[in-house]
Design a protein around this ligand. Structure first.
Ligand code: CP
Length: 305
């Protein structure tokens, strides 16, 4: 693939190949090895129009581990604040001859829009409420690492599904890899018709997490709610928060996941976020390997030794 715009466009074989490649890159992000020359001479620009801690940093580290030149542009310190359009910004960046633009943008479809207008590769680092493919890939890598498989697992995704690009990318990826995906959240945060993408929909969180092998919690995206009538955060925590009591409904060895940033005490109690079933920091660590694999494969690499 020239671009990585979403999981929707990836086959089961594509996903398996990316995860295998990421596995083979893991040791390059270890204490012993920190750099290989694989992408020497390549230039990667991280173009971020929305805030990020994990995604931007790990794409930068991933590029550096592979010896690419990585440059970060954040919209707030760019000429976007002077009124330059997305297309003009991208065309001007492209004139400097990068090999890949990694972009995060508040508008769903912004990465697809750019991919049709520039010659270099585009990797979607999150576009509005549409997709966040590298996040779903690192989530699937983490599940595979801990469970040895994805096929046949029951995965509950709980929270603000409507605004979650993470939920959408995971729904495409996990169902394609043979998992059962259960979605739970308030009616105002559940997109109508999402069952058509293969999910089971619940409004009672307890039913969704009963017997689940993985419980993936999401935060309420207050910045994207528009006119939605919101529950208070206390009400939300009561009905859609994961705590030590309701976690017992899941399988005894269930993984607790969260893409971050966590709103502690809202969707996740601190006991659970820091508990032995939490793999939240493994997700972040795997994010570097997955992003190395994406940069490498988009630039034409074969599966690593
Ligand atoms: N999970 C995730 O995308 O985190 P950031 O917003 O910090 O990149």
């Amino acid at each position: 693939h020239k671009h990585i715009l979403g999981i929707e466009q990836l086959s089961k074989e594509d996903i398996g190949f990316i995860l295998d490649t990421a596995d083979s890159f893991k040791e390059i992000n270890s204490r012993e090895i920190k750099k290989v020359p694989t992408l020497r001479g390549k230039t990667i620009i991280n173009l971020f129009f929305e805030a990020s801690t994990r995604t931007r940093t790990s794409f930068e580290i991933a590029g550096k581990r592979l010896s690419a030149d990585t440059i970060n542009i954040t919209a707030s310190s760019s000429s976007v604040v002077k009124g330059e359009t997305l297309e003009d910004t991208a065309k001007n960046i492209e004139a400097m001859r990068p090999d890949i633009i990694v972009m995060r943008h508040a508008a769903s479809g912004a990465c697809d829009y750019l991919a049709k207008r520039v010659d270099c590769s585009i990797i979607n680092a999150g576009d509005g409420a549409h997709e966040h493919p590298s996040q779903a890939l690192l989530d699937m890598l983490t599940i595979r690492q801990h469970k040895g498989r994805i096929e046949g697992l029951k995965v509950a995704i709980v929270g603000d599904i409507t605004h979650s690009r993470v939920a959408r990318s995971n729904l495409y990826g996990l169902t394609r890899m043979g998992a059962e995906v259960r979605l739970a959240g308030p009616g105002t945060m559940m997109p109508p018709g999402i069952e058509r993408l293969g999910a089971k929909v619940y409004h009672d969180m307890n039913q969704a997490i009963e017997g689940a092998d993985v419980v993936m919690m999401l935060r309420i995206q207050l910045e994207r709610q528009g006119k939605t009538l919101l529950p208070t955060l206390r009400e939300y925590a009561k009905f859609y928060g994961l705590n030590t009591q309701n976690l017992q409904l899941a399988a005894p060895d269930a993984l607790v996941m969260h893409p971050g940033p966590v709103n502690r005490g809202v969707e996740l109690s601190s006991y659970v976020a820091d508990g032995i079933q939490s793999v939240i920091l493994d997700q972040v660590e795997n994010g570097v390997a997955v992003r190395m694999a994406l940069l490498y494969l988009v630039l034409g690499g074969e599966q690593a030794e």
